[in-house]
Ligand binder design. Structure first.
Ligand code: SF4
Length: 279
């Protein structure tokens, strides 16, 4: 639980860069966690939404990655770039580019509004589309007969497999060639498997992480699928004493972008409640 190695690597790279260069502007929040963003801001790592207006600072690409247009824009404006894209996301981007260049329509299974998905699609240079199960009923008619499917790294393996099989059933008549590349992140899969196992053993699951973190939300879904009462909180301040009434065993897990300190604080609060006889 907690920060995955891709996010730890990105933060370390940015902290090193800010020491060397003085000021860094991250394009979008480094992680979907407001507390971490605030802590990094204190260290001189600010957040902006675009290359414009960074005012001479170096820009940092987050672990989610970005599209080639952002690198082109930075180059054209002579802006220095610290690229902390997670290597697993970079691999996905390379596949998107390669498959699009080979004539495939690239389907990215995932959330069209997620930064990683937007970045990966940019590498397909207009030959890609983001879809989820809900979109299968209204697939674009003009999909090419050569279709490649990759996945947002944080999706669950079981859902990705279901999506691919449903896509094939929906479009078997129109698809001449289907390529499926597994771009899922193992860190995420093992984290989800561990959360599932823990959820089976407890009366209550607490999942700590930003509301916008796809990875954290998937952990919540995975725990709920096990039938256990599950609450999603961003920090210890989100805990409610009444959740623990009659509760014997509590499971705690955290998304890939949740700092260890947030997890430790939640555990301390639960231990204090247990001591006070309410847990
Ligand atoms: S969850 Fe996986 S793909 Fe995403 S940043 Fe972490 S290691 Fe990289």
């Amino acid at each position: 639980m907690g920060f995955c190695w891709g996010v730890r690597r990105a933060i370390e790279m940015m902290e090193k860069a800010v020491q060397e260069r003085g000021r860094i502007v991250s394009l979008g929040p480094i992680v979907h966690n407001p507390q971490v963003v605030d802590t990094l801001a204190e260290k001189g790592i600010q957040v902006a939404s675009s290359v414009e207006g960074v005012d001479g600072a170096s820009i940092a690409i987050t672990a989610h990655g970005t599209g080639p247009d952002v690198f082109d824009e930075a180059r054209s404006q002579d802006v220095d770039v610290v690229d902390t894209t997670c290597p697993i996301v970079s691999r996905s981007q390379r596949w998107a580019r390669k498959l699009a260049e080979s004539g495939f329509t690239v389907i990215v299974y995932g959330d069209a509004d997620h930064r990683e998905v937007k970045g990966v699609l940019s590498w397909a240079r207009g030959k890609g589309i983001a879809l989820t199960e809900e979109d299968l009923g209204s697939l674009p008619e003009d999909l090419s007969s050569r279709v490649a499917v990759i996945s947002q790294t944080t999706q669950s393996p079981a859902r990705f497999a279901d999506f691919v099989s449903s896509l094939l059933k929906e479009r078997l008549d129109a698809i001449g060639e289907l390529r499926v590349i597994n771009t899922l992140c193992d860190v995420t899969s093992s984290q989800q498997a561990a959360a599932r196992e823990l959820a089976r053993e407890v009366d209550l699951m607490l999942v700590i992480g930003g509301r916008n973190s796809a990875n954290t939300r998937h952990l919540v879904e995975v725990c709920r699928e096990e039938g256990v009462v599950t609450h999603h909180i961003e920090a210890a301040s989100g805990l409610q004493d009444k959740w623990f009434e009659g509760c014997q065993r509590v499971g705690v897990t955290a998304g890939a972008s949740t700092p260890d300190s947030a997890v430790e604080e939640v555990v301390r609060r639960i231990q204090a409640l247990a001591k006070a006889g309410r847990g």
